[in-house]
Design a protein around this ligand. Structure first.
Ligand SMILES: *Cc1c(COP(=O)(O)O)cnc(C)c1O
Length: 390
């Protein structure tokens, strides 16, 4: 039996998958079981921030695995201290909780915000405002937080206490930001929702209204964080600092990790025994994350991300089938003129280019280390697919 047949017989059918078994990665190109190669414009949904199997990253992960691969959180490890110190240094946050995924990072943020309010004001101030068309994860609480009705099926009852406000609608926000609310949770660029940036005016309104009412701002930077937008955090593009920021996807270069970063107002709210995770802050994953941070803080690295973004966006706009682009940095939504994104994405895959979709758009999240030559190769394939009439 083939890999795909064995897989489908024994793995739950929760994903629509392409018929592709990836076997090896090297830089920003991967190869399948038959040796066919694929240029990577998806980075495993924004995860492989340094591409596949970056040598320094692999060295530091392997070295840590050979020293100690896990301890319980009853003990300390040096590598978790190194990572926490580095990450706080880069972002200006005070303290971090380590989990294993984006959804878990957001669960931590939700619990933290509710406890912050409970400790200070008592019961009844537990609601969290999230935005229409947001995406915050697949656990019950984060599904409930997600502002899209298509996610609110089958699994009833959902978690109470989430109120949706229309993105960029300040009047709607003002109306719903009452004294039952403890936090407002936003994505600066809605990723799964279709790569849509928030307006600067709306972001400013969120921050000033929340400050006025002692309501925490939570930024879900699971997709936008860790250099994706050309800044370490997407919030830097808007000149604001949320009380809480969550990171996951790109943080450990391919290993599972979710981080909930809190500022001085709320970094000590989650005390002993209020939250935890067996695998959270795993030393091997921390070693991967330290390698990612070391690369991203090298001189000129993030400037390079901005330059690559400009280069790629210019090339994309010169293609016949492209109507317009959205997003920031190397988080790119493409509105196509007359072709459906899903079909184009599939044809790209057949021609050796890995891309993504988000709603009606083609979505690109290339590794931050992608080269101009690799961009050219990917653009060549996309151009061919867009020109093809079938
Ligand atoms: C991917 C994503 C999540 C969920 O992350 P998981 O690691 O799949 O749990 C949450 N929020 C945003 C904005 C995301 O893009």
């Amino acid at each position: 039996m083939s890999t795909i047949e064995r897989f489908n017989e024994h793995v739950m059918p929760t994903y629509g998958r392409y018929d592709l078994v990836l076997e090896n990665g090297g830089s920003c190109v991967a190869t399948d079981e038959n040796g066919k190669s694929y240029v990577d414009f998806g980075s495993g949904i924004g995860v492989n921030s340094l591409g596949f199997c970056d040598e320094k990253w692999a060295d530091s992960v392997c070295a840590q695995a050979k020293k100690i691969q896990h301890t319980s959180n009853y003990y300390y490890t040096k590598v978790q201290a190194d990572l926490a110190e580095k990450l706080c240094g880069i972002t200006g946050y005070s303290k971090i909780f380590f989990g294993n995924s984006g959804a878990e990072a957001n669960e931590c943020a939700i619990k933290l915000a509710r406890k912050y309010s409970f400790d200070k004001y008592g019961k009844g101030r537990h609601n969290i405002i999230t935005l229409v068309n947001s995406f915050h994860g697949r656990t019950l609480a984060t599904l409930s937080a997600t502002g899209q009705d298509v996610f609110h099926n089958y699994f009833f009852p959902f978690v109470e206490g989430f109120v949706n406000v229309e993105a960029n609608n300040t009047d709607d926000l003002k109306e719903k930001l009452d004294d039952t609310v403890c936090a407002v949770m936003i994505e600066f660029v809605q990723g799964e929702g279709g790569v849509i940036s928030l307006d600067k005016d709306f972001v400013d309104a969120v921050f000033s209204l929340c400050k006025e009412k002692d309501v925490l701002v939570i930024a879900d930077e699971v997709q936008t964080g860790v250099g994706r937008t050309g800044k370490f955090l997407a919030s830097e593009n808007f000149g604001v600092k949320p009380n809480i920021t969550t990171l996951a996807k790109g943080i450990a270069g391919g290993l599972p990790m979710g981080c909930c970063l809190a500022d001085e107002t709320c970094c000590d709210v989650l005390g002993k025994s209020t939250h935890g995770s067996t695998f959270g802050g795993n030393p091997v994953c921390c070693a991967g994350a330290v390698a990612v941070l070391e690369r991203l803080t090298e001189d000129g690295f993030l400037q390079g991300v901005c330059e690559k973004s400009e280069y790629l966006r210019k090339k994309l706009m010169s293609l016949d089938g492209v109507e317009s682009l959205s997003g920031i940095g190397l988080m790119i939504g493409i509105t196509l003129k007359d072709k459906a994104a899903a079909g184009v994405c599939k044809a790209c895959f057949e021609n050796g280019l890995l891309a993504l979709t988000a709603k009606e758009k083609l979505r690109l999240l290339p590794p931050l280390t992608i080269t101009k030559a690799e961009i050219d190769k990917g653009i060549e394939i996309l151009d061919k697919v867009l020109k093809n009439n079938t």
